[in-house]
Design a protein around this ligand. Sequence first.
Ligand SMILES: CC(C)(COP(=O)(O)OP(=O)(O)OC[C@H]1O[C@@H](n2cnc3c(N)ncnc32)[C@H](O)[C@@H]1OP(=O)(O)O)[C@@H](O)C(=O)NCCC(=O)NCCS
Length: 170
Amino acid sequence: MSDLSLTILAETPNDAHAIERLLERTFGPGRFVLSAYRLREHVDHLLDLSFTAWIGTLLVGSVRQLPICIGDTPALMLGPLTVEPPFRGRGVGRALLDRSLNDARAKGHRLVILVGDEPYYSRVGFKAVPKGRAIMPGPVDYSRLLVAELVEGAFTDVSGDIRPDWSKAR
Ligand SMILES: CC(C)(COP(=O)(O)OP(=O)(O)OC[C@H]1O[C@@H](n2cnc3c(N)ncnc32)[C@H](O)[C@@H]1OP(=O)(O)O)[C@@H](O)C(=O)NCCC(=O)NCCS
């Protein structure tokens, strides 16, 4: 951002309402049928690894991460990532991603997966999951299932069903 006023903060419970409205405007009610939401039904996102973007007192973006497993391996699922339309194309999404991935790595996480556009997320290290290596709990376009290794080689021997991390289930 060129105007110096962008602040990235860890999400707090007070942000929930504003984030819900942002997600509703961006994705609409259809978001609840996406496979990624099936995982979100069972585990809450981690507030200390979910972030909000602010310009002054205006919430302009949000990213969340929730605890999952791929087979027996703990990982994070990133998303949704959303930026208010008037503030897109100014680095807000990138700032939210950088903060999420850096803090996840600093807290000892090794793998992050998401469902999204490879041309966008490849900028921060995501690659397509090789076909059949990780299975979502519902229909998904597998060309959009992406993984980032926060530690080199962390995905090498990992495979299996993607499921909520039941140890963190509600
Ligand atoms: C995707 C999104 C979060 C990006 O936020 P942003 O703040 O505009 O992103 P940044 O400013 O960091 O990056 C902008 C760059 O990414 C590119 N970009 C944005 N969306 C892209 C996409 N889907 N595929 C490829 N490139 C994309 C822009 O063209 C721009 O490129 P440039 O730097 O070469 O000009 C935002 O557009 C958004 O909220 N979209 C709707 C919700 C959505 O699709 N979320 C992702 C779901 S997986």
